[in-house]
Design a protein around this ligand. Structure first.
Ligand SMILES: Cc1cc2nc3c(=O)[nH]c(=O)nc-3n(C[C@H](O)[C@H](O)[C@H](O)COP(=O)(O)OP(=O)(O)OC[C@H]3O[C@@H](n4cnc5c(N)ncnc54)[C@H](O)[C@@H]3O)c2cc1C
Length: 200
């Protein structure tokens, strides 16, 4: 096995360019470029007050309070960690239950356990209108109830987006990028089946 270090781009049907310097060819190409933390249209990461789990690993102090947006596996994992470290943690989830899509009974038991550990959880709740100053102010809406809260940190744990962007150069006749997805030319589809996107 040979290992090349650099940014890969598909430059032709069977060719990968590495940092625009070296090219290698292969009969089959597996795309396994992973994902990046997703953002909300109205709330973007600034790496300081609005962060992803990547930035939480680098914090040098424990925030006084933290809002975790998204009660999926990653959000709840970090909610527990920062709760143990001493932050006052609030979790907001837009769906009816935490860990949406999993067994309702398990989600209910887990929610009660998290509440027992002093984590505040708002399900079926939307956030909006962020105001970023010394703290991050947000408006909450849960059915007819509306309120406002300020947080030292906001963790965006709202899933991940593809990192396929920039993996292919437009110059290739057979494959190009459309937003973060690969687009194959119809006429070359059989040939392009040689690209095997990894399951995510
Ligand atoms: C906080 C957190 C906790 C998690 N906990 C768990 C857990 O407990 N259990 C679990 O199963 N999963 C967990 N996951 C998910 C898990 O990390 C991912 O599912 C897994 O890493 C995906 O592997 P991957 O190989 O597809 O992508 P990655 O691990 O992201 O690897 C992709 C690699 O491709 C490289 N790359 C990208 N673009 C290019 C390019 N153009 N050229 C060359 N290289 C490139 C990247 O630098 C990276 O090294 C967690 C994720 C997070 C964020």
């Amino acid at each position: 096995m040979q290992l090349f270090k650099g940014k890969a781009q598909i430059v032709a049907a069977n060719t990968i360019g590495i940092d625009g310097q070296k090219e290698i060819t292969a009969s089959h190409i597996v795309i396994a470029t992973g994902s990046l933390p997703a953002e909300l249209p109205f709330l973007k990461r600034d790496g300081q007050k609005v962060v992803s789990s990547d930035e939480l690993l680098k914090l040098e102090s424990i925030p006084e309070n933290m809002l975790v947006v998204g009660a999926g596996a990653v959000g709840l994992e970090w909610a527990l960690i920062y709760n143990y470290l001493g932050s006052k943690v609030t979790v907001v989830e837009i769906m009816e239950t935490i860990i949406p899509g999993t067994d309702q009974e398990i989600a209910h038991i887990l929610k009660n356990e998290l509440i027992k550990q002093n984590i505040t959880i708002h399900t079926a709740t939307a956030i909006r209108n962020p105001r970023i100053g010394e703290k991050v102010g947000l408006d909450f809406k849960q059915e007819d109830k509306e309120w406002h809260e300020d947080f030292s940190k906001v963790l965006l744990a709202v899933a991940a987006s593809l990192t396929a962007r920039d993996c292919s150069r437009k110059a290739s006749n057979s494959v190009s990028m459309q937003r973060d997805s690969f687009r194959f030319q119809k006429t070359c589809r059989p040939r392009c089946l040689r690209f095997l996107p990894a399951a995510t």
